[in-house]
Design a protein around this ligand. Structure first.
Ligand code: ADP
Ligand code: MG
Length: 242
């Protein structure tokens, strides 16, 4: 089933202190598709992503990755066995390791093979000449590109990204967004990108899932959502884009 969804979640619910901060969320992501989970701060985006990553456990619902049930009421596959890559805003590199070793961390194979893979990936993000540098010798944007190379090195079939571009200045942000998309599309990775910025979702998403107070209130292609918002609040959320 080549086009079976890479990510399929159904009825996902998480309660804190009796309040459902993620409330019956369902979505699916095909190979090579970027889905943006978009909504204001505090609406439950990161909690959703953390459950898919396996670092938090839902109170109800199930999660399938590549057709495999990784989480339901009875079981929870540990994060390292889920085949997902992770990128966060403050996804720190290992400061005592060179760029090459950071990217190769978690790969298997001989030292030469790992270095070759790191070299190739760093080439994709235009950083191959920094392969022997240390993180503190790089700019913030360069460090974030190394983090991207590290996240994709094990060829995850699913990439989970939580506001990974927020710390970057405007010009750099666009460049790194585009580069990230290009690399992930080439690899056919299914991407869940969490963001509170409508512009970012419009730029990057194949599909937007609009979230509010724990629920997905609308799902669709970016311009469909932009042109046909489900209600006034959704319209207002998009109104500062032009
Ligand atoms: P977002 O990523 O959309 O900004 P979060 O998923 O981080 O939102 O948080 C959703 C809501 O759940 C917030 O009100 C937050 O305070 C609450 N929350 C998140 N994690 C916990 C926790 N471990 N304990 C209690 N409340 C939490
Ligand atoms: Mg968050």
């Amino acid at each position: 089933m080549p086009d079976a969804p890479r990510v399929q979640i159904a009825g996902l619910t998480r309660r804190f202190g009796g309040r459902a901060v993620v409330d019956d969320v369902s979505l699916s992501i095909a190979p090579g598709q970027v889905t943006c989970l978009l909504g204001p701060s505090g609406c439950g985006k990161s909690t959703t992503l953390r459950m898919i990553a396996g670092v938090d456990r839902p109170d109800a619902g199930e999660i399938r990755l590549d057709g495999r049930l990784v989480c339901d009421a009875a079981r929870s596959v540990p994060p390292e066995d889920r085949g997902v890559g992770l990128m966060f805003q403050d996804f720190a590199l290992f400061p005592h390791m060179s760029v090459a070793d950071n990217v190769a961390f978690g790969l298997s194979g001989s030292r030469a093979e790992k270095r070759a893979r790191a070299q190739a990936l760093l080439g994709r993000v235009s950083l191959d000449r920094h392969i022997d540098a240390y993180p503190h010798e790089l700019s913030g944007g360069e460090q974030q590109r190394v983090a991207l190379a590290r996240a994709i090195a094990p060829r995850p079939r699913v990439m989970l990204m939580d506001e990974p571009f927020s710390g970057l200045d405007d010009r750099l942000r666009d460049e790194i967004r585009d580069q990230t998309l290009e690399v992930l599309k080439e690899e056919g990775t299914a991407v869940l990108l969490v963001t509170h910025e409508p512009q970012e979702a419009m730029r990057m998403a194949d599909e937007i899932a609009l979230m509010r107070e724990g629920r997905i209130v609308q799902t669709g292609a970016p311009y469909n959502i932009y042109n046909n918002p489900v209600d006034r609040e959704a319209a207002g959320f998009f109104s500062d884009i032009n």
